[in-house]
Design a protein around this ligand. Structure first.
Ligand code: BGC
Length: 917
């Protein structure tokens, strides 16, 4: 038995993070037993655990998903943590020693905020020389900046993160970082510390509406360096007016427009003293953002000379990050880079970036330099280069993918390579849009924390990665924005210039994300921390409802609705055709229900009752307004039916009918999607759960537009914003709003984990302490394999449909967890499984392998390419068969003019169809 991944507030060995509600979590593996019997948590200052700060004693009530540590923390102190555990098979394990180190907490800052005397539009570098007289044992830097900053000691960058202090609503919260500076100050002597400042998210142009200086118009910096020698003597160096300021050689940087680098400036610096800035300390908070770091490093797959004569590097993968290179060119010469996602007519193209210039300019000082941007990033696959044409040099250019440092925990693979590429595209979509904030896209003049994009993708992200703290930071920013808006959730978080706007689906991120984190992590603290925000959001909708007659519907105001759905009746190309107020009321219900459940879990019985009643009333109002007494839905769209089933809006007796109506609606559209942001997130799950698993797979496996695999066939390496972002002839469909790296539709991957593999968390025992494992295979995919390192440990599910129809399944359940296993087509009751590995092999009934023939429903034949080919070899054009006949068989319609086939030929056709597996 082993104890692994001991974490503090879901961080691994956190240095200077926000550690509110201090708690420890851990996992147990390699055990013979099934469950933990007892555990003991020890905390000590000494790394050998010799001085106990806390000892829980061996106890039976220690929850490995989150045990609160009742310790009063001291500032700037490292604590060590060790866990002991005993299993029900009398095994014993002791973890390695993990640690956490506090930030300054409530300690007064000795450092002073400093600013630049060089003017608000000149990015400064602040510097200070100091001497250390003995070898340094330990050094820490506590620092922050307005806007972004990077610190260097003796020319070496401290740490490997980008974009500190992170993107928050700087009016309310400014995060400060804690860096371990020990390695940089090891030797005694004179050292130089430099801090580069840049606009970042704080100042300059940022935001959809192009406002300048959202939070301020001037740079500021704060740092306190604590150096300890081997005798424990401490020296503190804080920013103050003795620091010097000079003009930065990074003369311009902007998230949208890029960066300009002129090293010559550093060769003849002019210094002035820094000035003190009158900025308070009350907004400072220890960081909660995960650092943004370089991950994949990708060499060009092709150096292209375009028909227009441009030199373009193709990195083969759309991503967020930048290109870096080494070069030595004569003084005064320039190298420029421009970034784009797609070529058009073989030429470099970037009109879909709108006003974002997305450029980089290097002006040489004649020396050799390693060149890489610092305070900007790009969304790109291609880079156009001017100033260097030597192929040998260009080959060494490297794309660095830059995103928040979050561990991967899930993977899923099928026997279908196109589906696998789709999964990778979704994963790349997440990487590209997890740049401190969950953004909509990484390339154009937006890159903002759009709430709906985040909300619909959140559960996919949680299957793919350990994103607890990434979302927690976002939720903290959301809560802080709501304090200015009377509970309304702005469309983007942090809100920048859009604080005044709020609507359904987007704002419901306030309830859906914390609830999802609770389900995936089983840690109730997230509900407790976000409770006021969740409540404020529901109360905000309630106040609108009250002002408009108290109908318990959300029936007024602007809503984005089923954004980008294809069934618009008004001819707009951005809004689907599903009634806005139906969608808004459905989410009002969903949010009120989540709030009521959260209140009950937190022991707030008054609120649990109040919001339980409210959600009952909303549901009753929705049923009255949108459902007939016999259970027919008045909102006759794909998304309309999907929401009715996903949120449990329809009365139980009507479920079957609504599902059948959804299936019919799809068949009338030849089983193609028309859904936008709202419906797409749920459609496959709803179909799989309501008897139409075959249609869910059909939607997944469609290859024409609109479908997921259409983009894959068109060479997409990320998820597109629109179903038809690129047209079949390779032309981009629109430049106004068309990103090729927008992860919202990648939310289909959640369904793959939940239904193809079959892993689902439960509300009764969240954090995967209990799971429902219910794979829903379909013979069009022969094999699937999933692994998910849940907070309890790793679940694995792997299945295969053999040629003879045998279904083989292997399931692994981690220590301490249990699962309800529902075997597909097994005709037997669900089983409850404890931790362990289980294997099954049986002939499903009805069989999973489909047989085809002239008595198969037309729509089944049309789902299989081989069948379509056979039909066409008999002169039957599958596309000419009207959708209304989808449920009929060839035999039934053999005399129709578009079929018209002799009985003899019919037999032959049957024979050929029978042969298809
Ligand atoms: C963004 C979105 C967002 C939408 C609001 C777009 O510009 O890129 O994905 O949710 O606006 O409808």
């Amino acid at each position: 038995m082993k104890i692994a991944q001991v974490k503090i507030n879901h961080y691994e060995n956190p240095l200077g993070y926000d550690l509110e509600n201090l708690r420890v979590s851990y996992k147990i593996c390699d055990a013979l037993g099934k469950k933990q019997k007892q555990a003991r948590i020890l905390v000590s200052i000494n790394p050998d655990m010799s001085d106990s700060v806390y000892d829980s004693g061996a106890r039976e009530d220690i929850d490995n998903l989150g045990f609160l540590l009742p310790i009063d923390l001291m500032p700037r102190t490292r604590y060590h943590v060790q866990v002991e555990s005993w299993s029900d098979a009398n095994e014993y394990a002791k973890s390695e020693i993990f640690w956490f180190e506090t930030a300054k907490l409530n300690e007064v800052w000795e450092a002073k905020w400093i600013g630049s005397p060089l003017g608000k539009n000149t990015p400064p570098v602040f510097e200070k020389e100091f001497e250390t007289f003995r070898e340094c044992q330990k050094a820490r830097i506590y620092s922050t900046g307005l806007g972004m900053y990077e610190i260097y000691i003796d020319g070496q960058k401290v740490g490997d993160e980008y974009f500190a202090p992170g993107c928050t609503n700087y009016e309310d919260r400014i995060q400060y970082q804690t860096y371990d500076a020990t390695p940089y100050l090891k030797n005694s002597g004179v050292h130089k510390i430099e801090a580069y400042l840049a606009d970042g998210w704080y100042k300059g142009r940022f935001g959809l509406r192009g406002r300048e200086n959202n939070y301020g118009d001037d740079y500021a910096f704060l740092a306190e360096i604590h150096i300890f020698d081997k005798y424990g003597n401490e020296t503190v160096i804080g920013t103050d007016e003795t620091w010097l300021a000079r003009k930065s050689e990074i003369t311009f940087s902007s998230i949208y427009d890029g960066e300009i680098y002129e090293p010559e400036i550093k060769n003849s610096p002019k210094f002035e003293n820094a000035v003190l800035k009158n900025i308070g300390f009350e907004l400072l908070t220890p960081r909660n953002c995960e650092p943004v770091c370089i991950h994949e490093k990708i060499s060009p797959v092709q150096i292209i000379k375009t028909p227009a004569g441009e030199t373009v590097l193709d990195f083969g993968q759309n991503m967020s990050g930048f290109v870096r290179f080494a070069c030595k060119i004569p003084k005064g010469e320039k190298v420029t880079l421009q970034y784009g996602e797609i070529l058009q007519n073989g030429n470099f193209y970037r009109d879909n970036l709108r006003s974002a210039k997305a450029e980089y300019t290097y002006i040489s000082d004649g020396n050799e330099h390693e060149i890489s941007p610092h305070f900007t990033y790009y969304g790109f696959r291609y880079a156009k280069i001017t100033g260097i044409s030597n192929e040998e040099i260009l080959k060494k250019f490297e794309a660095a993918a830059l995103y928040s440092d979050i561990k991967r925990v899930g993977s899923i693979k099928t026997s279908n390579e196109k589906v696998n590429r789709l999964i990778q595209n979704s994963e790349w979509g997440q990487r590209s849009n997890f740049v401190d904030v969950p953004t909509d896209c990484p390339q154009r003049d937006e890159r903002m924390g759009w709430t709906a994009d985040t909300q619909v993708y959140c559960k996919t992200a949680l299957f793919q990665t350990d994103a607890y703290n990434f979302y927690r930071k976002y939720l903290k920013d959301m809560a802080s924005e709501q304090k200015h808006t009377g509970g309304a959730v702005p469309h983007v978080i942090p809100a920048f210039e859009m604080r005044g706007d709020s609507c359904s689906v987007w704002g419901d991120a306030a309830t859906i994300i914390p609830w999802s984190l609770y389900l995936f992590y089983g840690d109730i603290q997230i509900l407790s921390e976000q409770y006021e925000s969740m409540k404020a959001w529901v109360d905000y909708i309630y106040s609108i409802d009250e002002q408009t007659g108290g109908k318990r519907l959300w029936s007024t105001g602007f809503h984005f609705g089923d954004w980008l759905g294809l069934d618009s009746e008004t001819g707009t190309d951005v809004k689907g055709g599903t009634d806005d107020t139906y969608i808004a009321s459905a989410y009002y219900f969903n949010s009120a229900q989540i709030l009521a459940k959260s209140a009950a879990l937190l022991g707030k019985s008054g609120d649990a009752q109040k919001y339980g009643k409210l959600s009952d009333e909303i549901l009753a109002a929705i049923r009255k307004e949108y459902f007939t007494s016999t259970g027919r839905l008045a909102v006759n769209t794909q998304t309309g039916y999907v929401l009715a089933l996903a949120f449990g809006l329809c009365p139980d007796f009507a479920k079957e009918r609504i599902a059948a109506d959804l299936a019919q609606k799809l068949k009338l559209n030849k089983v193609y999607l028309k859904t936008g942001f709202v419906g797409t997130a749920y459609i496959c799950k709803v179909l799989s759960d309501n008897g139409y698993n075959d249609l869910a797979y059909r939607l997944l496996l469609n290859e024409d537009c609109p479908s997921w695999l259409y983009a894959v066939n068109m060479g997409a390496t990320t998820i597109w914003e629109r179903w038809n972002s690129v047209l079949p002839d390779g032309k981009i469909s629109d430049t106004g709003m068309n990103s090729l790296n927008h992860y919202a539709y990648g939310s289909v991957v959640e369904w793959m984990y939940r239904s193809i593999a079959g892993l689902n968390p439960t509300e009764q025992s969240p954090g995967f302490k209990e799971a429902i494992i219910a794979p829903k295979p379909d013979c069009r995919i022969k094999e699937a394999e999933m692994s998910y390192d849940s907070p309890m440990g790793t679940y694995k599910i792997c299945w295969k449909i053999e040629d003879d129809g045998l279904f083989k399944l292997k399931v692994e359940i981690p220590f301490g967890a249990r699962a309800e296993l529902i075997l597909p087509n097994a005709q037997k009751e669900p089983e409850i499984l404890a931790s362990g590995v289980y294997e099954y092999s049986y002939l499903p009934s009805p069989p999973l392998i489909k047989t085809y023939g002239i008595s198969s429903p037309i729509n089944e034949l049309l789902q299989k390419k081989e069948c379509i080919d056979v039909l066409s070899s008999f002169g039957i054009d599958a596309n000419a068969i009207p959708a209304a006949l989808a449920d009929s068989t060839i035999v039934e319609i053999k005399h129709m003019p578009f079929i018209s086939i002799t009985d003899e030929k019919l037999k032959e056709l049957d024979f050929e169809l029978n042969r298809i597996k």
